[in-house]
Design a binder for this molecule. Structure first.
Ligand code: NAD
Ligand code: UDP
Length: 318
């Protein structure tokens, strides 16, 4: 750590959905926060309320280029997370995951910072093992439309573990499962924001496939708590650690829940299932429970209330 100062934390992708909540929480804990973002899917708007804080700094920068700053901890979140955004420019998505990881690991090595990677349940692909424990190696199509994200994130994990073995870097790898909450982009295309925006606007709810595929939804506050706990574990705890809410729902159940909670009369509109869409997903969080003493506290109905209120307000309340 730099002498005579509070821990200085770099959050890449800090102006995005998860990143903005993380910056906020870290500032609340007394850290200095440097938020780095190229504003591809995030926006200044997500961190407007933090700009007056003298311990907060915002820097426009693309992590595929080297970054020279002095920090004690790095949370590497920079990467579009929704399928429509990561498939918009798939080459840039892989570059962000892979070159971004190399640049941030190089930075961590130079300044001897601890570094946490926001990895994903997508490393398990369309899983045959259910629920997914960290020891499962996954089933990813390496040449499909999701591969730029899935394989990019897998390669980033490889890089993290090679820097750990080869250079003794202090690394942490979190495998994040579907997380939702305020500050999701309204046109982000992910299922929770899509369904809420459609329900509130009286538009049909777009159910891809038969809606029998499953996901497990974690509220953002729980997820941020898990990330910070993981960062603060002893140096020999590298992960990977699953972070997510193990309560599993079909996508049709989610649609019905959103309709009930918004009081919307929107109809359900079946659309084709995207290629390689995983049939099921549920985290095994035994490791997070034992290593971090962590498990989600916010049930879906409560998290949806907060998220619906955010979008009802025009998606601007911070
Ligand atoms: P998001 O799209 O809201 O945030 C990503 C942020 O990264 C955005 O602010 C974007 O502008 C920024 N970014 C993208 N490319 C960049 C680049 N090259 N240089 C600098 N900044 C760049 O998505 P999110 O949901 O907040 O996801 C944050 C991280 O968590 C991502 O790495 C994602 O893969 C991971 N994750 C999220 C979820 C989830 O359900 N939210 C699940 C698994 C993993
Ligand atoms: N989905 C849906 N309608 C939508 C958006 C998504 O039925 O408008 C489905 C999608 O096919 C997938 C699930 O919801 O089965 C979760 O999709 P999302 O893009 O949120 O996340 P991911 O597939 O990456 O888990």
């Amino acid at each position: 750590m730099r002498s005579n100062s509070r821990p200085r934390v770099l959050v890449t992708g800090g102006a995005g959905f998860l990143g903005s909540h993380l910056c906020e929480r870290l500032l609340g804990e007394g850290h200095d926060v440097l938020c780095v973002d190229n504003f591809f899917t995030g926006s200044r708007h997500n961190v407007l309320h933090l700009l007056d804080n003298p311990r907060f700094e915002l820097l426009r920068h693309d992590v595929t280029f080297p970054l020279y700053v002095e920090v004690d901890q790095i949370y590497n979140l920079a990467c579009p997370a929704s399928p429509i955004h990561y498939q918009y420019d798939p080459v840039q998505t892989t570059k962000t995951s892979v070159h971004g990881a190399i640049n941030m690991l190089g930075l961590a090595k130079r300044v001897n910072a601890k570094i946490l990677q926001a990895s994903t349940s997508e490393v398990y692909g369309d899983p045959e093992v259910h629920p997914q424990p960290e020891g499962y190696w996954g089933r990813v199509n390496p040449v499909g439309p999701r591969a730029c994200y899935d394989e990019g994130k897998r390669c980033a994990e490889t890089l993290f573990f090679d820097y750990f073995r080869q250079h003794g870097l202090r690394i942490k790898v979190a495998r994040i499962f579907n997380t939702y909450g305020p500050r999701m982009h309204p046109k982000d295309g992910r299922v929770v924001s899509n369904f809420i925006v459609q329900a509130l606007g009286g538009q049909p709810i777009t159910l891809y496939g038969d809606g029998q595929q499953t996901r497990s939804f974690c509220y953002v506050d729980d997820l941020i708590d898990g990330l910070i706990r993981l960062m603060n574990t002893p140096d020999d705890m590298t992960g990977p650690v699953n972070l997510g809410n193990p309560e599993e729902f079909t996508i049709r159940e989610l649609a019905e829940q959103v309709l009930a909670q918004t009081g919307s009369k929107s109809s359900l509109l079946q659309e084709p299932l995207p290629q390689d869409d995983p049939r099921q997903r549920q985290p095994d969080i035994s490791l997070a429970k034992s290593l971090l003493g962590w498990e989600p506290a916010v049930p879906l109905a409560e998290g949806l209330e907060h998220t619906i209120a955010y979008f009802r307000d025009g998606g601007s309340a911070v």
